[in-house]
Design a protein around this ligand. Structure first.
Ligand code: PLP
Length: 448
């Protein structure tokens, strides 16, 4: 929407009547007002949709019928696009065949084999419903194999699991035994010497080193292979959390992209285009602790009632088929890079390029928002999101899908252009609250 036609705040409010009615009901019924904290209303502007009704491709419609181009796509799960026809059709066809049986469904085998044909370094895979559970299962296997308890995680990587061993390191650690806090150590990304120092400081204690192969910065030459060699030298397992990098960096995951095969790795988000499925995979010698074949194979590895319900497996098979046959990864990189270039260009034009920055790979484009003091600012973040929402874009980050077209990207750059004009005014008058309707956004948690 061009600035001459911008709606007043009051007119904006009127567009969200149903959202404003439903938001308090969400909060009454659900702690945090959403089943995922990252979707909660402390993450999004007051002048915007609170509840989504449907999506198609990369467009969503809220309960009031307002249409938006969406980024983030279900916390990065919907890589192909909302209601992507080949996935929907495959799931629809499977539904009338039943969803959960007393012996393994044929789709358990088909999905496992399809997955293992893509993730070449893995010998075995076990599926579950979410990334957190898969990650904790990796921890369990590493502890079993090494007889050690301590886990070392990358300090800059924001999330690994909702389980105690990780959440104890955050400020949302209520209800977690104090002892859990000492189980997890942290190291900086791209700093092999720091990991070596951790091993030296905790001899014979560290069971696993866990990280995303890359998040914002590319791995330094030799970092990932050095980490693998160091782990093995010290008797620990290397675990890649591929929840985000999997099927986004490369069809074979970041492990294929960087040529470093970890002992175990976990996948999830992009696996089934938004259907609930995640995977723990890795070398047979570790995975088999969950096999029940030998007396020592006693790890209770990811065994749940809904672990292998067939619709998600069918969705994953259909999704992986699209990855194999269409240039999904290339599209994600290209659209993200196009968007990054456009945002950088308009940001330079508005003189906000030191304050609104895009970074990361095109397939996983992130943005940072800083205030006049050059420090990251939640108020300015919310202002930026508010102003792009006003212009038809919902974007907690700029995560593209296979459905983001050139036209969607161009419209987004136009919206960012308009939003940055407001951002620049806020920086100039140093009074962000004057421009922001409602409270600033909050981190879901801070790391201790
Ligand atoms: C890198 C990473 N690992 C693990 C998880 C946990 O996955 P889930 O939310 O499916 O439990 C997430 C979720 O955001 C993540 O981004």
């Amino acid at each position: 929407m061009s600035s001459s036609k911008m709606r007043t705040n009051q007119e904006e409010r009127e567009r969200y009547r149903k959202s404003y009615e439903l938001a308090p009901r969400l909060k009454r019924a659900i702690p945090g007002g959403a089943h995922t904290y990252a979707k909660g209303d402390d993450q999004y502007p007051e002048l915007g949709p609170a509840v989504i009704a449907r999506g198609a491709g990369c467009h969503v419609w809220d309960v009031d019928g307002n249409e938006f181009i969406e980024y983030g796509m279900g916390l990065r799960a919907v890589t192909l696009g909302h209601a992507f026809p080949p996935v929907v059709e495959a799931v629809r066809a499977s539904l009338s065949l039943g969803t959960n049986f007393t012996r393994p469904a044929i789709q358990e085998l088909e999905c496992a084999e399809a997955f293992l044909s893509m993730i070449e370094g893995a010998d075995m895979v076990k599926f579950t419903k979410d990334g957190s559970t898969a990650q904790t299962a990796a921890v369990k296997l590493a502890r079993k194999h090494t007889g050690r308890d301590t886990i070392a995680i990358c300090a800059e990587h924001p999330f690994f699991s909702y389980d105690d061993w990780f959440i104890a390191t955050t400020t949302m650690d209520g209800g977690i035994p104090a002892a859990a806090r000492s189980e997890t150590l942290r190291f900086p990304y791209n700093d092999l010497a720091a990991v070596r120092a951790l091993f030296d400081a905790h001899p014979g204690k560290i069971a696993a080193v866990i990280l995303e192969a890359m998040r914002a910065d590319e791995p330094a030459p030799g970092f990932l292979s050095g980490l693998r060699d160091l782990c093995h030298e010290r008797g620990a397992l290397l675990v890649f959390d591929e929840m985000i990098t999997g099927f986004r960096w490369n069809n074979g995951g970041a492990q294929k992209e960087y040529g470093v095969v970890p002992d175990l790795s976990t996948f999830g988000k992009a696996l089934a285009n938004g259907f609930p499925l995640s995977a723990l995979c890795g070398k047979r010698e570790f995975m088999r602790y969950g096999s029940r074949e030998r007396p020592e194979d006693d790890v209770f590895l990811l065994s749940t009632t809904h672990g292998a319900e067939t619709p998600s497996l069918v969705a994953a098979i259909a999704t992986m088929q699209v990855y194999k046959s269409e240039p999904v990864i290339a599209h994600l990189h290209r659209q993200g890079e196009q968007l990054a270039a456009g945002v950088r260009e308009v940001s330079r034009r508005h003189g906000t390029d030191k304050h609104v920055e895009v970074f990361g790979r095109g397939c996983n484009l992130l943005f940072g928002t800083k205030g006049p003091d050059g420090k990251p600012s939640q108020e300015y973040r919310m202002l930026f999101i508010q102003e792009i929402v006003r212009r038809g874009i919902i974007a907690p980050s700029f995560i593209v899908s296979y459905s983001h077209s050139d036209e969607d990207v161009a419209k987004t750059i136009e919206a960012v252009d308009g939003a940055l004009a407001v951002y620049a005014r806020a920086l100039e008058d140093g009074n962000v609250s004057k421009h922001l309707v409602g409270p600033p956004s909050r981190h879901v948690f801070d790391r201790r």
